[in-house]
Design a protein around this ligand. Structure first.
Ligand SMILES: Cc1cc2nc3c(=O)[nH]c(=O)nc-3n(C[C@H](O)[C@H](O)[C@H](O)COP(=O)(O)O)c2cc1C
Length: 196
């Protein structure tokens, strides 16, 4: 039977700040006060974590079921340290931060608290701006997991075997997956990978 944690329902989002953005599935509404408080949990190894602490503001964009899989690959499998993730997509700018146009809508938040959980930080923000672009259906993390091969279209390169991380969908190409391999995106170890 599948891991019980897979039944904790969540959505799929882009968390961004000045010069950095990444895919997240850990967004929650903390309170429905006015303005509402929203939290997101981000790994300390991600550049977006470092940049949110520096900039004290961040954005959360909500992805739809029609999301282009390239967006998931660009924002979820690369670091903003290495590439400009927005360079191939249309975006708007607000509060000096970029927002993809191909999302349902977004929130701009000012950072009010950070909870340190050793490997991750939970950032809590107060909404200072929000906008809806369309009424598309939001994608859930579970829907993404069930359809991830369509989203990320795993192709074997140079006849090499592809190994997919069952936690975050990162793909490793190579005939053998080293036993001590750790997923560079989510840190899962080799036994979390499935051979394609
Ligand atoms: C489906 C999916 C969900 C993810 N959820 C999270 C998350 O909730 N928190 C997180 O820190 N990283 C999450 N990631 C991983 C980051 O998106 C990834 O490490 C990204 O490359 C970090 O980019 P950055 O260095 O530009 O911040 C997720 C990735 C995918 C594909």
């Amino acid at each position: 039977m599948k891991d019980i944690k897979r039944d904790i329902l969540s959505g799929l989002f882009i968390a961004g700040t000045n010069n950095s953005a990444c895919i997240v599935d850990t967004v929650l509404q903390v309170s429905s006060t006015t303005p509402a408080l929203i939290s997101v949990c981000i790994n300390k190894n991600n550049y977006t974590n470092e940049m949110i602490k520096k900039n004290k503001q961040f954005t959360i964009s909500i992805l739809s079921k029609k999301v282009n899989g390239e967006i998931i690959k660009t924002f979820g499998f690369n670091s903003s340290k290495d590439i400009d993730k927005f360079s191939n997509y249309d975006y708007i700018e607000t509060h000096n931060m970029k927002i993809l146009k191909d999302v349902i809508g977004y929130m701009v938040l000012e950072l009010v608290d950070v909870i340190d959980t050793k490997t991750h930080d939970i950032f809590i923000g107060r909404i200072i701006e929000d906008k809806r672009f369309n009424n598309e259906e939001p994608i859930s993390y579970q829907y993404y997991q069930e359809h991830k091969e369509e989203f990320i279209k795993v192709k074997t390169e140079n006849k090499k075997t592809a190994w997919i991380c069952t936690i975050c969908s990162y793909v490793y190409y190579g005939d053998e997956l080293p036993l001590d391999f750790k997923c560079p995106v989510c840190g899962a170890n080799a036994n979390a990978f499935e051979k394609k």
